[in-house]
Write a protein that binds this ligand. Structure first.
Ligand SMILES: Cc1cc2nc3c(=O)[nH]c(=O)nc-3n(C[C@H](O)[C@H](O)[C@H](O)COP(=O)(O)OP(=O)(O)OC[C@H]3O[C@@H](n4cnc5c(N)ncnc54)[C@H](O)[C@@H]3O)c2cc1C
Length: 559
C-alpha cells in the first residue's frame, strides 16, 4: 500500500511538472490576433530565434517602447526540453530543412527560440583570434573579442560557480540564459584521459583558447531542461509592451517612397495581415531567412530580383558570402554499456529526469579536441580549423560514442537564391560541399589526427569502430587515405549556416549591413542575427545571442 502511495505521488508530481512546462511553452503568444491587423508598434522584430527573442525583449524592457515580435513557428513542447531527445526534435516539424544543391538540406529551427530550441545546446564563443579575423574582413574595429565580451556576459547565467570564480571577467551568473556543466560519464572521462595522454593540452570549453581538449558547457538548466531564448526571454513574459505572435510568416517588408521600412506583411493560417512600425523594422530571421525576406522585399542583387519580377528598392549583395562549417560522422560501439547510462528502464529514466534531475534523458556532454596541425592560415596561426567532437548518445536502443570530425572554416563559400517570387516557396542554398580539394584533404587529416585517441590500445577495451557502409579499411588499416576519403565522401554534412547579409564598411565590398546593423541604401531597417557573421565558425548559438544583445544595445543607443 505504502509503495503504491509513493508511486502515485511520484506519478502525480511528474504530471504536474509536465503540465506546468507545457503551459509555459504554449502561453508565449499574448496578443489578440484578431485585432492586430493595421496596428502600429514602435518596433517590429521578425523572427523569435537566438538573436530575435533577445532583441525584442531588450527593446521592450529597456526602452518601454511597444514591440511586436512575429515568428513563423509555434510553441516548443516537452520534447524540446529533454536533451536526449534532441535528434528527434531536430528531425521533426520544427525544422525548416532549407533545400540546397547538395544531397542534404540545411537545418534551422522554426519555433519560438528558433534554432536555439532544436540545437545540440553546446555553449561556445570562439577565440579572440576569430574576432580579429572578423574585424579584418569587415574593416570594423568594433568586433574585437574585448568589445563583444560584455554582450556574451549580459545574457549569461553560468551556474558552474567554480568555473565562474576561476574565470572572473569571462563568465558570470545572473543573466537570463542558464549555462551548466555536466558530470562526465565513465566513457567521456576516458576520452579526455586518452586525449591528455596523447599530449593534447586541456583547455577552456568556451573556445577562448582554440587548440587542445575541452569539455563543453551547455544551455541546460539545473533541472536538465533545455534553455532556448524562447524559454529564457519569452515564456512567463510580464512585459505588457512586448507583443508576441507565432505561426506568422512574414512575407514582405513594406517601404514608403523614401525607401523607409514602415511595416511588414504577414500570413497567419492563410489570412494576410499588415502591421506598421513607428520607428524600425528589425529582421532576425536567421542566416537563410533574412536573405530570403530581404530579396522578396526588393533588397538584393538587381538581376536576380528582376528574374522574378520583384521591383528593386536597392541593389545589394544579399545572399552572398553564405558560409558554413562541415563535419564527417563516425560511430563507435561502446563495448561496456555500464560506462554510460544505458536507456534500458524507461519508467526509471522518466522518474530520474523529472524528480531527481539526473539519468540518461538529461545527459548531454561533448568533448572537443582541436588540432594545431590544422591552423587556418599562416597569418592566424592560433586559429585552428580542424577539430573532433565526441559525445555519447542514443542510437536505437543502445548508447554509442558519436564522433564528428569537422572543419570550422572550410574554403567553400556559398550563396542563397530565391527560387520564385512566392514567399511560401523555399529559397535554395547553393554551395559546394566537397569541391575544394583542400577541404577534403583537411577532413581526412582531422580524422587521422583524431583516430589515435579513439583506437589506442587503452581505448580498444571500451569501444569498437563501427563499419561504414561501402567503405573498406585497407587490410584492417583504419588510417589509410583511401578508406578515410571514402568516409568523408559518404558521411560529411553541412553544419551551422551563417552569413548572407554580411556586415561591413560599405556595400562596395559586398556588405549588406553597416556596423550598426542598418541595411545599406534604405532607412528604418536592420538585420540582427547570424546572417551578418563574416567568418564561418564552429557553433552559432552563443554568438547569435551575443549579436542579439549587441544589436539591441545599438538600437537602444539610437546609433
Ligand atoms: C540542429 C542544429 C544543431 C545546432 N547545434 C548547435 C550547438 O550545439 N551550439 C551552437 O552554438 N550552435 C548550434 N547550432 C547553431 C545555432 O543554433 C544557430 O547558429 C543560431 O541559433 C542562429 O541564430 P539566429 O537568431 O540567427 O537564427 P535562428 O535561431 O534560426 O532564428 C531565426 C528565427 O526566424 C524565424 N523565421 C524565419 N523566417 C521567418 C519569416 N519569414 N517570418 C517569421 N519568422 C521567420 C525562424 O522560424 C526562427 O525562429 C545548431 C543549429 C542546428 C539547426
Amino acid at each position: 500500500m505504502a509503495v503504491l502511495n509513493v508511486i502515485s505521488i511520484i506519478g502525480l508530481s511528474i504530471i504536474a511538472i509536465t503540465i506546468k512546462r507545457q503551459y509555459d511553452h504554449q502561453n508565449v503568444e499574448n496578443i489578440n490576433k484578431f485585432n492586430v491587423n493595421n496596428k502600429k508598434f514602435d518596433y517590429i522584430v521578425v523572427g523569435a530565434g537566438a538573436a530575435g527573442a533577445i532583441v525584442a525583449y531588450r527593446l521592450a524592457d529597456e526602452t518601454g517602447s511597444t514591440v511586436l515580435l512575429l515568428e513563423a513557428g509555434g510553441s516548443q513542447n516537452l520534447y524540446n526540453d529533454i536533451p536526449a531527445l534532441q535528434e528527434i526534435v531536430e528531425n521533426g516539424v520544427q525544422n525548416w530543412k532549407y533545400p540546397t544543391n547538395e544531397t542534404q538540406h540545411i537545418d534551422a529551427g522554426r519555433v519560438f527560440g528558433g534554432s536555439s530550441a532544436i540545437n545540440s545546446m553546446n555553449y561556445y564563443r570562439e577565440s579572440p583570434e576569430y574576432y580579429r579575423l572578423w574585424t579584418e574582413i569587415t574593416g570594423l574595429s568594433e568586433w574585437t573579442f574585448d568589445k563583444v565580451l560584455p554582450y556574451f556576459l549580459k545574457s549569461e547565467n553560468n551556474l558552474d560557480h567554480k568555473l565562474v570564480a576561476e574565470n572572473s571577467g569571462y563568465h558570470r551568473t545572473g543573466g537570463r540564459v542558464t549555462v551548466t556543466s555536466s558530470e562526465s560519464n565513465a566513457m567521456m572521462k576516458q576520452v579526455m584521459i586518452e586525449a591528455e595522454m596523447l599530449g593534447h593540452k586541456k583547455t577552456f570549453g568556451d573556445g577562448r583558447e582554440p587548440m587542445g581538449a575541452a569539455v563543453l558547457q551547455n544551455t541546460i538548466d539545473t533541472n536538465r531542461s533545455r534553455v532556448s531564448t524562447g524559454t529564457a526571454f519569452l515564456e512567463n513574459n510580464c512585459l505588457k509592451n512586448l507583443n508576441i505572435l507565432g505561426n506568422s510568416l512574414v512575407t514582405k517588408i513594406i517601404f514608403n517612397n523614401r525607401k523607409q521600412a514602415i511595416g511588414v506583411e504577414f500570413s497567419r493560417y492563410g489570412k494576410k495581415y499588415l502591421v506598421f512600425a513607428n520607428k524600425e523594422v528589425i529582421l532576425s530571421v536567421g542566416s537563410i531567412g533574412s536573405s530570403k525576406l530581404l530579396m522578396l522585399s526588393g533588397v538584393g542583387p538587381r538581376d536576380h530580383l528582376k528574374q522574378f519580377g520583384i521591383s528593386v528598392i536597392t541593389d545589394l549583395n544579399v545572399g552572398h558570402y553564405f558560409v558554413h562549417s562541415m563535419g564527417t560522422n563516425m560511430i563507435f560501439d561502446i563495448i561496456n554499456q555500464s560506462m554510460v547510462m544505458a536507456p534500458t528502464n524507461t519508467f526509471k529514466n522518466v522518474v530520474d529526469y523529472y524528480i531527481r534531475h539526473t539519468g540518461p534523458l538529461g545527459y548531454n556532454q561533448s568533448t572537443i579536441i582541436c588540432f594545431p596541425e590544422l591552423a587556418y592560415s599562416r597569418t592566424y596561426p592560433d586559429l585552428s580549423n580542424g577539430c573532433v567532437m565526441a559525445r555519447t548518445g542514443l542510437l536505437g536502443n543502445r548508447t554509442v560514442l558519436q564522433f564528428l570530425a569537422f572543419l570550422r572554416r572550410p574554403k567553400t563559400i556559398g550563396h542563397i537564391e530565391l527560387t520564385s517570387g512566392n514567399p511560401f516557396t523555399a529559397p535554395i542554398v547553393k554551395t559546394c560541399k566537397l569541391c575544394h580539394k583542400s577541404d577534403i584533404d583537411n577532413l581526412v587529416n582531422v580524422i587521422k589526427l583524431a583516430l589515435p585517441i579513439f583506437t589506442s590500445d587503452h581505448m580498444k577495451q571500451y569501444i569498437k569502430i563501427n563499419a561504414i557502409a561501402d567503405c573498406y579499411p585497407c587490410n584492417g588499416n583504419y588510417f589509410c587515405d583511401q578508406y578515410l576519403r571514402c568516409i568523408v565522401q559518404k558521411n560529411t554534412k553541412l553544419l551551422i549556416p551563417l552569413g548572407g547579409c554580411r556586415m561591413g564598411v560599405s556595400p562596395d565590398n559586398g556588405a549588406v549591413v553597416d556596423k550598426n546593423f542598418k541595411v545599406f541604401g534604405v532607412h528604418g531597417l536592420r538585420v540582427i542575427d547570424s546572417s551578418i557573421i563574416p567568418v564561418p565558425c564552429e557553433q552559432g548559438n552563443a554568438i547569435s545571442m551575443m549579436i542579439g544583445e549587441y544589436g539591441a544595445h545599438t538600437v537602444i543607443e539610437n546609433k
